[in-house]
Structure formats: C-alpha cells, structure tokens
Design a protein around this ligand. Structure first.
Ligand SMILES: C[S@@+](CC[C@H](N)C(=O)[O-])C[C@H]1O[C@@H](n2cnc3c(N)ncnc32)[C@H](O)[C@@H]1O
Length: 420
C-alpha cells in the first residue's frame, strides 16, 4: 500500500498538471493546494514540475506500451508515475499501486483504465534506456526562432540544460557571512546544489542574501551602481535587482505597474533591512521631476530564458503576445532614455532567449537614438565569447554546464550622449 501522504501529493501534482493543461502556470497555482500539509504541497509541486520537464521522455516510454492513446488525464497519471520511477528513483511497487488508485478516482473512464495503467507501468518500471532518451523538445513556436538564432547543436544543448534543471543561487550583500555548502561562482553569486529549504539557511532572517539566478544578478553588476547615485528600477517586482541596487547604497526608486507584485519588493526590502522608494505606476506614463544618473530596465518579456526553473512555460504559451511585448520593450526603452540625465547610463535586460527581445532591441534603439552608445565592459566571470556584436551580453542555459548552468538572459549597457 502506498503511503496516504504520498497519494495526497500525487493527487495534488495531477491537479497542478491539469491546471497547466488549462493554461495556468505552476506559480499562478501556488495557492491551489493550500489545504494540504506544507510537505505535501512541496512534493506535489516538485512532482508536477518534474513530470512536465520530462514529459517527452515519459511519452517515449509509454507510447509503445499502449494499444491506443489514453485519455488526457490518464496519460498524465502514466507520465507522473513513469517520471517518479525512472527519473526520481521511487520504488516501482509503491508508485504503480498509487497510480492505479489515482486512476480509479477519475470517474468511469478511470475505473475502466485501471488495469491498463497497472500493466503499462509494470512494464515501464523495467525500462532500461531512460538516461539515453532525448530531452523534452521545445514547442515549434519557440524552437524555430531559437534554431534560426543559434543552430541545431546549441538548441540541443539548451534542451539538455532544461532537462538538468536549476540549482539554487543566492546573491550575497556586501560583507555577508558565507552560507555553508554554497559554492562561490566566478560572477559573485553563491550556488547550492541539491535540495535546500531557503528560509532555514543561515543568513535568511537577517537578509544577508536573496534568491536570484546567477544570470539575473548580472544586469545590476553591469549597471555598476554607486553609493548616492539616483537610480530608477523601472520594472522592479519582485525585486531581486532592487535589493542589489539598494545594497550598493544607491538612492533607488523602484517602479512596477503591478501593485500586488510591488508588495513583494517591500517585503524583500524589509527582510534585508534595505530601503528604496516604491512607486506603483505604468513606467510608460511615469514622469518624475528629476533625471536619473542610471536606470535599470528589466523589461517584461517572454521569459523563455527561465524554462529550467519553469518547465511549465512551454506548455502554457503558444507564442502569442510576443510581438506586443517587443513593442512594449522598445517603448519602455525610449521612455527610460528620456528619464536619464545626459551622460547617464541605462541597462536594458530581458530574461529571454529570443534575439528580437535582446540584440535586435539594442540595434534598433541605436538606430532611433543618434549618439546613443553601447558601452564595452569588463565583469568578473564573463567569457568574452558571450559578448555580442553590438556589445551586449548574451547568456544561455547551456553555459557553465559543469557548474550547473544559468538562466538565459540578454543585457546591454547604454550611455546617453552628454549633449542629448
Ligand atoms: C522581468 S519582471 C522584473 C523582475 C525584477 N526586475 C526583478 O529582478 O525581480 C518584469 C516586471 O515588469 C512589470 N511591468 C510590466 N509592464 C510594466 C509597465 N508598463 N510599467 C512598469 N512595470 C511593468 C511587471 O509587473 C513585472 O513585475
């Protein structure tokens, strides 16, 4: 008999996966399992994420074992169990029994499919070539532009990086005490491999560090904030970069259109004992009566660089809305430049792998704004090969394969002409 706690988590995982099938992200569903014990919520979230991450491989195991395509919910029960057995190493007898029980809860169709689920999973548990199966492919709306941009080999390396998942990265504030077990990375972040409970790590309570992917920490390092500088953080929530700016003792104004998300910036600042002025506003319409020494524009984007951390993203997006995001990014960039003092600097960043949201944005901004320059830079830990033709920094999930990878990001530091 499978443990009832395990069953609760598996049922929860199936619910989360169903939510994804209906277009809701896993993070948007974070409250959906509130009634479960915290440990089961965490286990359900992990099972759901790993099932989506490895769905393509699970289907390759299942397909030869079924006479016809199972109904969608039953297909997800099978995937969940295959991933639990073959990827997460759970003992087959418990997983198969729990999957059969779960199938029986799925109405008449489930009652009828229970025998099939039992037989398929027994055979699947003996599958020998799991590690050699190709990783989950990205959907064509995303794969096409990425293959055009980077080629098939890089695409395969990115998909392999998505399959490996992501470690936990921390950004330490200056002078923070080391966290035991965290490895320093060449760019200044700290990395923890393996499971960790963030709130239990030393230094969390006193705000010595915050969770932030190593790539996401680089736009502020590129901006190089100085104490006392007036800096606007134009798309600030949930605030990882605001914390970096405030920790550098800059005078920070953090703007975000989403006041709920802005509350998280306030909470993060409070935990770390840091200060910034928070403004809930559409940055496009925001026109303060001062000009800034420096601006960080971490623009809304497709977030396609974060699939390692959000394996549900390829399942809930279909490429719609990207053209609008690209337009918004260039409008935000033009407006941000108008808020910058002559000679001031601006870092434009997106957590996207799509060049239209990165390199192309900068090429086009340079064409629109005579005298605007991309500044060359020298940052610790940056491989010169990551620097792009126009002078930006292109980061990809397949970089640092031996260290645990990094999120995909693009960033460039622009300098406004002094006579602008
Ligand atoms: C990529 S996230 C920013 C992440 C943030 N910089 C960090 O490091 O935690 C983009 C943010 O832009 C905000 N946003 C989108 N459109 C905006 C607009 N027109 N004005 C201000 N903020 C906007 C979203 O609410 C979202 O919080």
């Amino acid at each position: 008999m499978a443990k009832p706690g395990g069953d609760v988590a598996r049922r929860g995982a199936l619910r989360l996966i169903q939510g994804v099938r209906e277009g809701r992200s896993l993070s948007d569903q974070s409250g959906a399992l509130r009634s479960l014990p915290v440990a089961d919520q965490a286990r359900a979230a992990r099972l759901a994420a790993e099932t989506l991450r490895h769905q393509g491989r699970a289907d390759r195991v299942i397909e030869p074992l079924v006479a016809r395509k199972p109904a969608p919910q039953i297909a997800d029960v099978l995937r969940l169990a295959v991933v639990e057995m073959l990827e997460l190493g759970a003992p087959a007898h418990g997983v198969v029994g729990a999957a059969v029980d779960l199938t029986r809860t799925l109405g008449k169709r489930g009652q009828a499919a229970a025998g099939m689920v039992n037989a398929v999973l027994r055979k699947a548990s003996a599958f020998a070539g799991w590690a050699d199966l190709p990783p989950q492919r990205l959907p064509e709306w995303l794969r096409g532009p990425l293959v055009d941009a980077y080629g098939e080999n890089v695409m395969a390396a990115i998909e392999a990086a998505h399959q490996r998942g992501a470690p936990l990265d921390l950004t330490p504030r200056p002078g923070a005490a080391a966290v035991p077990g965290a490895d320093p990375l060449p760019t200044g972040s700290w990395r923890i491999h393996g499971p960790a409970q963030v709130t239990a790590l030393p230094g969390y309570d006193v705000g010595d560090w915050w969770v932030q992917d190593a790539a996401a920490a680089l736009p502020v390092r590129l901006l190089n904030p100085q104490a006392g500088e007036r800096i606007a953080d134009l798309c600030a929530a949930p605030g990882g970069k605001t914390l970096q700016l405030a920790a550098a003792k800059a005078e920070v104004i953090a703007v975000d259109v989403n006041d709920q998300r802005l509350k998280r910036v306030a909470e993060n600042l409070a935990r770390c004992g840091l200060t910034a002025r928070l403004v809930a506003a559409d940055a496009l319409a925001w026109r303060p009566d001062i000009q800034f020494d420096a601006i960080l524009l971490d623009a809304p984007c497709s977030a396609t660089g974060t699939i390692r951390r959000h394996p549900d993203l390829p399942f809930i997006r279909d490429g719609h809305g990207i053209a609008e995001l690209i337009e918004l990014q260039s409008a935000l960039l033009d407006h941000a430049l108008s808020l910058l003092r002559p000679g001031g600097r601006l870092v434009f960043a997106t957590c996207s792998l799509i060049p239209d949201e990165g390199e192309v944005q900068i090429d086009e901004a340079l064409a629109r704004h005579p005298g605007l320059m991309v500044e060359r830079f020298d940052l610790p830990g940056i491989d010169p090969e990551w620097i792009t033709e126009e002078g930006g920094l292109r980061l990809r999930p397949d970089f640092w394969p031996d260290k645990g990878g990094m999120d995909g990001f693009y960033m460039a530091r622009l300098r406004k002409p002094v006579d602008a």
